[in-house]
Write a protein that binds this ligand. Structure first.
Ligand code: GDP
Length: 329
């Protein structure tokens, strides 16, 4: 068998930094790989790129399917590249492993941006748990930043825990809403409001414009009740049309205002370091859980203990203590 040529990580890092597309793709493939030797190489590569990352503004975008995420990202992204930015679009979609293909970050959904030389679109890594997918997206973000992209957009669907995972990796979290949904505030799950740095009611064009404006007043009123007093930032509520490119300049101006404010106060640096620590803990939790479940003694004993628990022969505390002691031993 012919040995594959050894990967020259210094060379790859240099090419990534020089903005070579092929190198960028290769580096991300390495980061996404689950082969243990690739994982080790990816970590080495990331160490080399890390000092050149952190310069982009990272914006998360969420919303239910059909709200207009890809349409809006396509238009917004092209506005940004037209004004000199370099834009990378990434996605977090842990469900894509079931469907066998990612629906988010799909180039066919962002036809304009896909052919823009100053844009880069990468679909969601399709492998594994939410933690695993989020980790790979975070690491891809580092690669893109080192390659000179100064705006990173991370797209996710408004379901499950993926919103929290994305909010935990970005500087700014934008929630897209539909006009009309404001009537009963169905789109405004309390959890999402706590994550949102801005709400934008999309499709505010044609017949929808009036309904979109009413939705904005409803959301503003809801925010006033939900926001803690004295907050440093009150999430703006805007109307936009991703399709017709309406309101997207105002939307981006708010994101820049947020950046300026949070950079100046030190809150941006604080948010990023907090995210790092939280990220480490979530990886630890996931890793420990995986290790626990892989332990042969635990695997033998677990079904017995579960049955004992169901039939009331043991307490949950005793069962948990025994499992932990097995894993320790
Ligand atoms: P996603 O699933 O959130 O990515 O939503 P898409 O971007 O695929 O949009 C879903 C549908 O809504 C498509 O048919 C779009 O053309 C349409 N759409 C998206 N944005 C707008 C908008 O601003 N105005 C109108 N009228 N339609 C839109």
């Amino acid at each position: 068998m012919i040995e594959a040529p050894k990967l020259d990580l210094d060379d790859l890092a240099a090419r990534v930094r020089a903005g070579e597309r092929a190198a960028l793709g290769r580096a991300i493939t390495l980061v996404e790989s689950r082969r243990p030797d690739h994982e080790a190489a990816a970590q080495q590569l990331l160490l080399k790129l890390l000092p050149h990352s952190g310069t982009a503004y990272r914006v998360g975008i969420t919303g239910v399917p059909g709200v207009g995420k890809s349409t809006t990202i396509d238009t917004l992204g092209r506005n940004l590249t037209a004004s000199g930015h370099r834009v990378a679009v990434l996605a977090v979609d842990p469900s894509s492993q079931r469907t066998g293909g990612s629906i988010l970050g799909d180039k066919t959904r962002m036809a304009g941006l896909a052919v823009d030389p100053n844009a880069f679109i990468r679909p969601s890594p399709s492998a594994g748990t939410l933690g695993g997918v989020a980790r790979r997206t975070r690491e891809t973000m580092i690669v893109c930043e080192a390659a000179g992209f100064d705006v990173i957009i991370v797209e996710t669907v408004g379901i499950g825990q993926s919103e929290t995972a994305v909010a935990d990796m970005v500087d700014f979290f934008l929630v897209l809403l539909l006009p009309g949904a404001g009537d009963d505030l169905q789109g405004i799950k309390k959890g999402v409001i706590e994550l949102a740095d801005m709400l934008a009611v999309n499709k505010a064009d044609g017949d929808n414009a009036g309904r979109a404006r009413r939705a904005v007043s409803d959301y503003r009123a809801a925010l006033q009740i939900l926001m803690p007093p004295g907050a440093a930032w009150t999430p703006p509520v805007l109307t936009i049309s991703g399709l017709k490119n309406i309101g997207l300049d105002a939307l981006w101006a708010e994101i820049e205002r947020h950046r300026a404010l949070f950079e100046k106060s030190g809150a941006l640096a604080a948010r990023r370091s907090e995210q790092q620590v939280k990220w480490m803990w979530s990886m630890l939790e996931e890793g420990l859980m995986q290790r626990l479940k892989a332990d042969s003694r635990v695997r033998t004993r677990l079904p017995v203990l579960e049955q004992d628990l169901r039939e009331g022969r043991i307490t949950a505390t005793l069962a948990a203590t025994e499992i932990l002691s097995l894993a320790d031993g």
